[in-house]
Design a protein around this ligand. Structure first.
Ligand SMILES: [Zn+2]
Length: 211
């Protein structure tokens, strides 16, 4: 039934038993800890298994969101892609992702601290949103990340656009990005609207423009 590898409860590094032969068998049966090479400490095996499962679920959810958003993106030339992410953005500021897997890897690395927070049941959120042009075409996408109160409620935005069949450009925004915030807010609003069929007769009001 185990789907994900056990992970360190502190740093979320996947933990594997590196001992061999008879030692490995003994450890598998009697060992109660797994060693984290990053933290240089033994982690109780049961906790590492739980950590592996919860971290794995949050990571899978993030990957699904990124993949889903990326697949909806229109293919643009580089200049249009840069503009779609943020006007004035230069090619020196972005990173290329040469495949979907590469793009997912970016997201996984950037959001490691937030995934760790989520796995520890803190209030961190990771949500993807799309930017659309006047014709409704999706020109850029991003993940709106928000850390928990324990870590200062920081915002981490990762933006991307598509420049080839399976090629993307990726940008880690140093400041909160307004269009992404709006896209996520809209998506949440839609989600609530769809879920609000309880026969109460209460209508979901059209969204209000802020400001
Ligand atoms: Zn560790």
């Amino acid at each position: 039934m185990k789907k994900y590898a056990p992970r360190c409860t502190v740093c979320a590094t996947p933990l594997a038993d590196t001992s061999r032969g008879f030692k490995k068998v003994l450890r598998a049966i009697f060992g109660r800890t797994l060693y984290c090479p990053h933290c240089k400490m033994d982690v109780p095996k049961a906790s590492a298994v739980v950590m592996g499962e919860t971290y794995g679920l949050h990571l899978t959810h993030l990957k699904l969101q990124v993949r889903d958003a990326a697949m909806q993106l229109a293919r643009l030339d580089l200049n249009d892609a840069l503009r779609a992410i943020e006007p004035g953005l230069s090619r020196e500021q972005i990173n290329p992702a040469h495949s979907m897997e590469n793009l997912l890897q970016f997201a996984r690395e950037v959001y490691r601290p937030l995934l760790l927070e989520q796995a520890k049941a803190r209030h961190a959120s990771l949500e993807a949103g799309l930017r659309r042009d006047a014709t409704g075409r999706a020109t850029a996408a991003g993940v709106w990340g928000h850390s928990s109160a324990e870590t200062g409620e920081r915002e981490w935005d990762l933006l991307f656009a598509r420049v080839g069949k399976d090629q993307y450009i990726v940008y880690q925004a140093p400041r909160p990005v307004a269009w992404l915030h709006e896209a996520v807010r809209l998506k949440r609003g839609k989600g609530n609207g769809q879920g609000a069929h309880h026969g109460s007769g209460v209508q979901v009001l059209p969204r209000q423009k802020a400001g």
